[in-house]
Write a protein that binds this ligand. Sequence first.
Ligand SMILES: *[C@@H]1O[C@H](CO)[C@@H](O)[C@H](O)[C@H]1NC(C)=O
Ligand SMILES: *[C@@H]1O[C@H](CO)[C@@H](O)[C@H](O)[C@H]1NC(C)=O
Ligand SMILES: *[C@@H]1O[C@H](CO)[C@@H](O)[C@H](O)[C@H]1NC(C)=O
Ligand SMILES: *[C@@H]1O[C@H](CO)[C@@H](O)[C@H](O)[C@H]1NC(C)=O
Ligand SMILES: *[C@@H]1O[C@H](CO)[C@@H](O)[C@H](O)[C@H]1NC(C)=O
Ligand SMILES: *[C@@H]1O[C@H](CO)[C@@H](O)[C@H](O)[C@H]1NC(C)=O
Length: 391
Amino acid sequence: MLLLSKQRASRTLQCLFFFLSLLLLPCLPQPLPAPSASPSPAPAASATTTLPLSPFNDRLEAAYVALQAWKHAITDDPKNLTADWCGPFVCNYTGVFCAAAPDDPHILTVAGVDLNHGRIAGFLPDHIGLLADVALLHLNSNRFHGTLPSSMQHMRLLYELDVSNNLLFGAFPAFLTSLPKLKFLDLRFNDFDGELPDAVFGRQLSLDALFANNNRFNVSLSSQSLTNSTASVIVLANTRLAGCLPPSIGDMADTLVELILLNTSISSCIPPEIGKLKKLRVLDLSHNDLAGELPESIGDMESLEVLNVGYNMLAGEVPEAICELPRLKNLTIAGNYFCDEPVSCLHVPLRDDRMNCIPDWPHQRSPEECIAFNHRPPVHCGADGCIVLPP
Ligand SMILES: *[C@@H]1O[C@H](CO)[C@@H](O)[C@H](O)[C@H]1NC(C)=O
Ligand SMILES: *[C@@H]1O[C@H](CO)[C@@H](O)[C@H](O)[C@H]1NC(C)=O
Ligand SMILES: *[C@@H]1O[C@H](CO)[C@@H](O)[C@H](O)[C@H]1NC(C)=O
Ligand SMILES: *[C@@H]1O[C@H](CO)[C@@H](O)[C@H](O)[C@H]1NC(C)=O
Ligand SMILES: *[C@@H]1O[C@H](CO)[C@@H](O)[C@H](O)[C@H]1NC(C)=O
Ligand SMILES: *[C@@H]1O[C@H](CO)[C@@H](O)[C@H](O)[C@H]1NC(C)=O
């Protein structure tokens, strides 16, 4: 009996479903109504490709976790940039940019975060590594302190990293050298220290631009790793470079456009091989301890627009070929011991030749200073670019 009634009940249910489905079927071909506010999943949304990309997927969910953790790590946000970092729709957050994933055009991902000039205080939490799809991370001029978390090694698409002008410290983040897409690295104006690893300049990382200036980095020129670089822009100003400018500096001829080594404690000669850098437009070697003469070969650097060798201990004559460079528009030789400057230099639009030993020329060093300098033993330059001390 019991068994029979159960069977009957199930048969009744089957009938009910059948009639229900008959009732519902005619609705299906009709256009779907506007999505309701209920959070039920909408399987039909993925069926057509004309709809905008869904703001829901696993990668955006991971980004949500990352951005919420980040928001928690923020202690002050004077411009309220992260005030709208609420809710799961991360693509609408201020400073967050979504785009189709390069590996799957049907999936929306967080492709960039730009909080430049936010003056935000806080730190970068480990969860930031969940932003695995970011290509651009621009955090310049904030007050983020601490280190760059190693979880950022998961940002395999990272192309531009700008954390300049923050309060970051610690050793150079080693994981950066294994990011396969990184081209633009800007760490300037932080408090990083220690050695810049050779790999920063290596061909495996192959950065296009490196800004490491105004940190406490040490770079050893004697390993010659710097000159292996294929970057077009290298700025190491106000850091500490040990060793001499090596003749291999000419090896960067195919790529180097801007080299800024101002105030880097280099004690060296300028090797004539520097003349091979025919693409170089800006060369700043000022505020160092460079000695010897300016090599004539600088006159071969046909792209040179700005040359600053000011505030060194260079002497001799300024080679005429340098002042005849067709694009040279800003020449600084001030603060050296040059004894002559050819007339052609007067045609360089911006020129600073103060504080040298050019006779009968305004704003030069005192005759006593120049005589004292001339009584020093002459400088000899070794094959390695170093100053050879007299025996
Ligand atoms: C940020 O939000 C706070 C509180 O809501 C408000 O007092 C302040 O004026 C806002 N600042 C800016 C720059 O909008
Ligand atoms: C994102 O912002 C736009 C414009 O402010 C709004 O129309 C849209 O509904 C928002 N999207 C979500 C998912 O909140
Ligand atoms: C790095 O430079 C600092 C000074 O800024 C110096 O004290 C330290 O010995 C240097 N370290 C190396 C490894 O050269
Ligand atoms: C420079 O590059 C060459 C290969 O291109 C490599 O053998 C050498 O080890 C590199 N030197 C440094 C110091 O990285
Ligand atoms: C050179 O750099 C040091 C720090 O490394 C800084 O204290 C000094 O002011 C800089 N000098 C110039 C001329 O920029
Ligand atoms: C010219 O060069 C000097 C020294 O590098 C620099 O201070 C100055 O800003 C430059 N002027 C222009 C107009 O670029």
